[in-house]
Design a binder for this molecule. Structure first.
Ligand code: FAD
Length: 443
């Protein structure tokens, strides 16, 4: 067995000096080391070559079990992370805890018959997409390259290919889950069946998923080409009635902009029949490209190196609080009211530069066709994922303290915008929130 030393890489980040108050490093080595294989090493952040060696460490399910047992024995809270793009409040406020980074659990292997892939619990979307693509296969993943696959699947999992195959959670055949007791079990249609139902839609809190087997598909012949078109317009009320994502970024423009991205599985010439109306809009700035599925995230700046994935590098210290309201259809009056409020808030001063309002929609044919009784995922009919998102700097870099008054103001503004969208959905059965988008505060 090999030890997940990344546990300690991140433990250092979360616990810092408090760790030393609570538990001397020697006793960690004694307490945990005795339970590990004699070939395992424990290297703590203070040790030489820590960073270099951390790059090569591999991990196993047993290591996750051992670390969880250790946390339980020492009455320490723990949190598993893979892509680290989640928005649980625990991640923002946690102290004196162990963060179990699963990033070294990142393998993928296609089954002999080519119908499924087994991946480890920490793999990111990008790695799996590339692995499958070179083998002529594909699977639904989150659209963004940097998010972890497991967390997305456990919440449902929306992505570009869901119109063909359904949600990512609909693709799960089985998973290995480690409970808080340290016990590891298989969860599938035939083993721990109730858990299988519950974990596909609300799965994050039952245990740590160390591996998952998913259904995969051949890339259909003649469907290798993808295209993208983007349309940018000033965020006026009139334009909101016509299209998409609203962005506020002082580096790009003094006033908020609408950016409407369309990804289409086919050549540009074919996409044009759906997009011509946007080209005809007065004052629109259009961009387009043609390539393969692998290019789509880069076009939309949601690739690993793009703005969305690296927001912490582009805007250091800035956190994003999202206020999602998923609805079945657009209520343009409510949407205009929410965007007008967004424009007012973000134009009032520079503190919310970088904020955005997401209006996201994926094809939903196969999502709707999947048998709803098979998993807990409840919001299939909510085709539109709307989310005002306020980007701001809350943490004082020197003291590490949060500006609670500002947090509170953001919550108030965000809930105001969300409520406008929710009120607009009243006649359509109300709105809900996709669990993976719900935020307390995320950095
Ligand atoms: C930039 C961005 C783009 C996004 N794009 C999409 C999208 O296209 N489609 C979509 O559906 N959602 C999308 N989301 C939402 C996304 O599904 C959630 O934010 C998701 O939780 C991110 O997972 P992560 O592994 O990156 O985050 P993490 O912070 O690592 O994890 C998030 C949560 O999942 C838990 N978790 C992580 N790994 C495991 C595991 N192996 N076992 C058990 N629990 C685990 C963590 O404990 C935490 O509670 C996006 C979010 C962001 C920030």
């Amino acid at each position: 067995m090999r030890l997940i030393l990344t546990t300690y890489v991140v433990a250092a980040r979360f616990v810092g000096a408090a760790w030393h108050e609570r538990e001397a490093e020697d006793s960690i080595i004694q307490a945990l080391g005795g339970k590990l294989d004699s070939a395992a090493n424990i290297v703590l952040p203070g040790d030489g070559e820590f960073g270099e060696r951390a790059k090569r460490w591999q991990a196993s399910e047993e290591d996750v079990q051992e670390t969880i047992r250790f946390a339980s024995d020492h009455d320490m809270p723990f949190l598993a992370v893979s892509g680290t793009h989640g928005s649980t409040s625990a991640a923002a406020t946690a102290k004196n805890m162990i963060q179990i980074s699963l990033r070294n659990l990142n393998t993928a292997e296609i089954s002999k018959d080519g119908s499924s892939v087994t991946v480890s619990g920490g793999i990111k979307s990008k790695k799996l997409i590339d692995y499958l693509w070179t083998r002529g296969k594909q699977i639904v993943t989150g659209a963004c390259e940097c998010v972890g696959l497991a967390a997305v699947a456990l919440g449902g999992g929306h992505g570009f290919l869901q119109g063909y195959y359904g949600l990512l959670s609909d693709q799960i055949i089985s998973m290995r889950v480690v409970f808080a007791s340290g016990e590891a079990v298989t969860v599938s249609e035939t083993m721990n069946v109730e858990l299988f139902w519950a974990m596909r839609g609300t799965g994050h809190n039952f245990g740590v998923v160390t591996s998952m087997q998913y259904r995969i598909y051949n890339i259909p012949l003649g469907k290798e080409v993808w295209s993208w078109e983007a349309f940018t317009l000033p965020a006026t009320s009139g334009n909101v009635r016509k299209c998409g994502l609203v962005l506020m970024n002082h580096a790009v423009s003094e006033a908020p902009l609408i950016m409407h991205n369309i990804a289409f599985n086919g050549p540009l010439a074919e996409a044009r029949q759906y997009t011509q109306a946007y080209h005809d809009l007065e004052g629109v700035v259009a961009a387009s490209a043609e390539g393969t599925y692998l290019d789509v995230p880069r076009w939309m700046q949601i690739d690993d190196a793009g703005f969305v994935c690296r927001i912490r590098d582009f805007m250091p210290g800035v956190g994003v609080m999202r206020f999602p309201a998923d609805v079945q259809a657009y209520n343009l009056t409510a949407l205009v009211a929410a965007v007008e409020r967004f424009v007012e808030i973000t134009m009032a001063g520079p503190e919310f530069a970088g904020s955005f309002m997401m209006l996201e929609q994926y094809a939903s044919h196969a999502v709707m066709e999947a048998d709803s009784s098979k998993s807990v995922f409840a919001n299939k009919r909510d085709k539109l994922l709307l989310a005002p998102a306020l980007a701001y700097r809350s943490v004082n870099e020197e003291t590490g303290e949060r500006n609670e008054a500002l947090d509170e103001k953001v919550r108030r503004y965000g809930e105001e915008m969300r409520q406008l969208l929710v009120d607009g959905a009243e006649g359509m059965g109300g709105s809900h929130s996709y669990v993976n988008m719900r935020t307390a505060a995320s950095l």
